[in-house]
Design a protein. Structure first.
Length: 77
């Protein structure tokens, strides 16, 4: 497995198809993908914190982590 940069659009497509209860993210700072054998199996989306007091210019908040079924422990990567 390897981590690759991806667009928010690609990350949101995976979230909409495979996340069990959350919807797409509107804004972000960075989106990453997890590939296995050339196939995108998971995504992570990070953004500034929702709580204003935590928005110190250094902190990111993970808004979504989503892995396709059949890939146990991929979220830990």
């Amino acid at each position: 497995m390897r981590i690759v940069p991806i667009s928010l659009k690609t990350a949101n497509e995976v979230v909409e198809k495979h996340h069990r209860h959350n919807k797409r993210v509107v804004t972000h700072k960075v989106s990453i993908g997890l590939e296995k054998d050339g196939n995108l199996i998971g995504v992570g989306i990070a953004a500034i914190p929702i709580a204003r007091l935590l928005n110190d210019g250094k902190t990111l908040e993970l808004r979504r982590i989503c892995v396709k079924p059949g890939h146990p422990n991929a979220c830990s990567k």
